[in-house]
Ligand binder design. Structure first.
Ligand SMILES: NC(=O)c1ccc[n+]([C@@H]2O[C@H](COP(=O)([O-])OP(=O)(O)OC[C@H]3O[C@@H](n4cnc5c(N)ncnc54)[C@H](OP(=O)(O)O)[C@@H]3O)[C@@H](O)[C@H]2O)c1
Length: 230
């Protein structure tokens, strides 16, 4: 594959409160969105070859990334696909919880992308639960992660947070679409995570969006943006 071949199509999906938080300041695990949000999450997952999450999301929530809705799963199976997309976690040193559902759920394929900073004993340990891909670097450059997924045949990739991971893909101009569900709640908290955290961007580097569609369902708003990456 030539080095310049276009990277896989990448979307981010996130549910946030009306005041722009993706969890509480206590980082509790709970569903922010409604059952319609979860169904739509499944639709986006079903369109994807791989879904990537950050190591803190796996540490805090630890859910397997599944297409839970039976009808959505069936239509994916009818297209000759596996029932669930490849579950990918990015973690520099493999500080991950082996006993969570992400690793124990039997019907998902799992890939950990890590670095040479990961201790050998942790690599051996996690190889029991997932394929472990070690990048020859001390940190995971998002572009290198995407190239590796592309090498494995992934054409459509979904990033499901959290805010640190979303920032790293957005700031590198690797994101094509951004799906945001605005849920009718206020969570507040200056340390509560938001859809895009990380270091942040200054005005000359801000990422610009084009509103592609919006849909109301009950008290929730489903918004889709195209990301302008020029
Ligand atoms: N509402 C939603 O839609 C939603 C979705 C997902 C998560 N969440 C919430 O978000 C919170 C977690 O978000 P978070 O921002 O704290 O953490 P995160 O984005 O889930 O994970 C960040 C961690 O991933 C690892 N990582 C590896 N490579 C990276 C890279 N290139 N860029 C960024 N991170 C990289 C780093 O840890 P290492 O040192 O291990 O490499 C980093 O600290 C939780 O409270 C969770 O519940 C909400």
């Amino acid at each position: 594959m030539p080095k310049s071949s276009p990277l896989p199509h990448l979307s981010i999906n996130v549910a946030m409160s009306a005041d722009g938080k993706i969890s509480t300041h206590g980082r509790e695990t709970f569903a922010l969105g409604s059952s319609e949000d979860r169904r739509f999450m499944d639709v986006l997952r079903a369109r994807s070859d791989a879904v990537i999450v950050g190591s803190r999301t796996v540490n805090l929530d630890g859910w397997a990334i599944r297409v839970r809705d039976a009808e959505v799963r069936r239509s994916r199976l009818n297209r000759g696909r596996s029932p669930h997309p490849l579950n990918v976690v990015m973690s520099t040193q493999l500080n991950l919880p082996p006993n969570c559902q992400f690793f124990s759920y039997p019907r998902t394929e799992k890939l950990i992308i890590t670095t040479r900073e990961a201790p050998k004993h942790r690599i051996r340990r996690f190889e029991k639960y997932a394929e472990v891909f070690v990048l020859p670097a001390s940190r995971i450059r998002p572009r290198a992660a995407l190239r590796e997924l592309q090498r494995r045949g992934c054409k459509r990739i979904l990033v499901e947070g959290g805010g640190e991971l979303n920032f790293s893909f957005l700031s590198q101009k690797l994101v094509d679409e951004l799906y945001i569900t605005i849920t009718p709640r206020i969570l507040g908290g200056r340390t509560a995570p938001t859809p895009v955290d990380g270091k942040g961007l200054l005005k000359n580097a801000q990422v610009r969006l084009q509103l592609a569609s919006s849909r109301r369902h009950g008290d929730e708003l489903f918004v889709r943006y195209r990301v302008i990456n020029d």
